[in-house]
Design a protein around this ligand. Structure first.
Ligand SMILES: Nc1ncnc2c1ncn2[C@@H]1O[C@H](COP(=O)(O)OP(=O)(O)OP(=O)(O)O)[C@@H](O)[C@H]1O
Length: 266
């Protein structure tokens, strides 16, 4: 009998620290972060404002430099991984260029990376299908709803086929019904593409619904207070949110958040 193979580690932080130097003194944005993310996992980072969620994602993306510890992304340094285009990044605001069509926005990183015109067109078509925006290629961003714009920005991040997708509160500005739908769609997209996803959120239900692993963080200094491996099945209808298993995980996340607040003296 052979054990089920554990997928390889794609992101590994060991004793990671990041202290910003500011006029008001040092800000310990990340303190002693130890975390392994395996290929194909969906990992959410949840915690109150200022606990370092965005900083951690930006550090993985080589947009911030750690002041201590080690970080590897796909077995490389963060800087090498950025050069190897190991990840796509989705920001909180869709950030689409208003003067470009949806297809033009999706093709932009491909143009910059020097993909051929034919390859750009084929990739844009495929990723827009993936996020269910076929038929909207020639529209401009302002002609689409907020949810559709965010789907277009996900398509843009998927266009160059990185194995890792980093998403910083992509649905934070959307109303709850739209957010529910996009959560469902994101899970399907994740199942179809088998990407490794790092996802920042403030929402407990969103974190529990989406993730295979939930990383609970707390501020001052920004640190991990709990890591929860979700026992929920991969197939998740929205109704799963009423199940006892779901409610139990949500409860554990809430407790972790509360403990972090109390320790920070809030
Ligand atoms: N460039 C910077 N210079 C100085 N301090 C910074 C910088 N970027 C972030 N910080 C500080 O680092 C801490 C962590 O910030 P970060 O944005 O990562 O938190 P967050 O958990 O993502 O918060 P939010 O949920 O509000 O986005 C905060 O105290 C923030 O003010």
């Amino acid at each position: 009998m052979s054990d089920v193979a554990v997928p390889p580690v794609v992101i590994e932080a060991q004793g990671l620290n990041l202290t910003f130097t500011t006029n008001d003194g040092p800000v310990h944005a990340l303190k002693d972060i130890n975390l392994s993310i395996h290929k194909g996992e969906f990992v959410s980072f949840i915690g109150p404002s200022g606990c370092g969620k965005t900083t951690f994602l930006r550090t993985i993306a080589d947009l911030e430099q750690p002041t201590g510890g080690t970080l590897s992304v796909n077995g490389m340094s963060a800087s090498e991984a950025r050069k190897a285009r190991a990840y796509g990044y989705v920001f909180q605001a869709a950030g689409l260029y208003p003067w470009r069509t949806i297809e033009g926005n999706v093709r932009l990183p491909l143009e910059i990376m020097g993909f051929s015109k034919a390859d750009q067109a084929e990739r844009a078509k495929r990723v827009l299908e993936l996020v269910e925006l076929s038929g909207f290629e020639k529209k401009f961003p302002w002609q689409l709803s907020g949810g559709m714009q965010q789907r277009a920005s996900i398509a843009r991040a998927l266009a160059f086929d990185a194995d890792i997708l980093l998403m910083d509160e992509p649905f934070g500005a959307l109303d709850e019904i739209v957010r529910d739908r996009l959560n469902e769609e994101l899970l399907k997209l994740w199942a179809r593409t088998q990407k490794t996803i790092g996802f920042v959120t403030h929402s407990i239900p969103e974190a529990v619904y989406l993730s295979t692993k939930i990383v609970v963080m707390s501020p001052r200094p920004g640190r991990i207070t709990d890591i929860i491996d979700s026992p929920l099945p991969k197939e998740r209808p929205l109704e799963i949110r009423d199940s006892p298993e779901f409610i139990a995980i949500a409860h554990r996340v809430r407790e972790g958040l509360r403990a972090g607040y109390e320790e920070a003296g809030e």
